[in-house]
Ligand binder design. Structure first.
Ligand SMILES: C[S@@+](CC[C@H](N)C(=O)[O-])C[C@H]1O[C@@H](n2cnc3c(N)ncnc32)[C@H](O)[C@@H]1O
Length: 245
């Protein structure tokens, strides 16, 4: 089952306004990697904005995005000079075709169960060329970011029509490393709030590294933030660059 937020066009039409790549702290980190790779697979590409920007910036090689949410891919498909595939990470069946595979926007956190994580990483490994690299990020659970996801932490952004949207989160459950959260969006232009529930897995460093290593992916570098700071217990992110073993 996919995340309801990304399966429903009432939310996906807001995604690029809320999470515009050019405003993100990780924008330069990923653009540098993507622009220097001959072929790129974006797993959990969502609305595909990263690959759109790469093409606009002059990337001439193969760019391919895969995502299980058709409502997200509808936005991606506005650029036909990139391949867009409907599917989840585990169903990817490429054989040594990509120099770079990325999973951005904490997409791996949407994969909850162990078997699905293993199948997804195995498929990603297969998709990598011999010297290819896989870049994956997850929020560092030591910071317990979800504890700040409360209704008094409201964010605001403008929707594509220029109407102000307010959004906040409320934690429903924390079950081991799986956090289930309700997202509420309101706007003066709507009759009622838009509400969706999703679950995210907060893998700790040891668990993440074990999944990668079991999948035949060797860690080349790990950073704690988008400026390539070393990873520490208090880093906000666990950003990993891995290679096929
Ligand atoms: C937070 S969005 C990130 C989208 C995009 N990568 C970005 O950085 O803006 C998470 C994406 O992961 C996708 N997703 C959920 N489960 C997935 C899976 N099993 N395999 C691949 N993608 C998945 C969702 O459909 C959604 O588009």
């Amino acid at each position: 089952m996919g995340d309801p937020l990304f399966l429903d066009s009432r939310f996906t039409e807001l995604y690029d306004s809320q999470a515009a790549w050019k405003r993100r702290r990780e924008y330069c980190f990923y653009m540098e990697l993507v622009m220097s790779a001959g072929s790129v697979l974006d797993v959990g590409c969502g609305t595909g904005e990263l690959l759109h920007l790469a093409r606009e910036a002059g990337h001439t090689g193969r760019l391919c995005g895969v995502d299980p949410a058709d409502a997200m891919l509808q936005h991606a498909r506005t650029r036909p000079d990139v391949e867009w595939i409907l599917g989840d990470a585990a169903s990817a069946a490429w054989d040594q075709e990509f120099d770079l595979v990325v999973m951005t926007g904490h997409a791996i956190q949407a994969i909850i169960d162990d078997e699905n994580i293993k199948a997804s990483l195995a498929a990603i490994r297969s998709a990598l060329t011999e010297q290819g690299r896989f870049v994956v990020e997850t929020r560092n659970p030591t910071l317990r970011a979800w504890e700040k996801w409360t209704p008094d932490h409201v964010s605001e952004f403008f929707d594509p029509n220029g109407a102000l949207v307010r959004t906040w989160y409320e934690i429903d459950t924390v079950d081991g490393d799986v956090v289930t959260v309700t997202s509420t969006y309101t706007s003066s232009g709507w009759n009622q709030p838009r509400i969706a529930r999703s679950s995210l897995r907060f893998l700790d460093l040891n668990s993440l590294n074990a999944f990668l290593s079991d999948a035949g992916l060797a860690i080349e570098e790990q950073f704690g933030d988008w400026d390539r700071q070393p990873l520490t217990d208090t880093s906000p992110e666990i950003i990993t660059i891995a290679r096929r073993v």
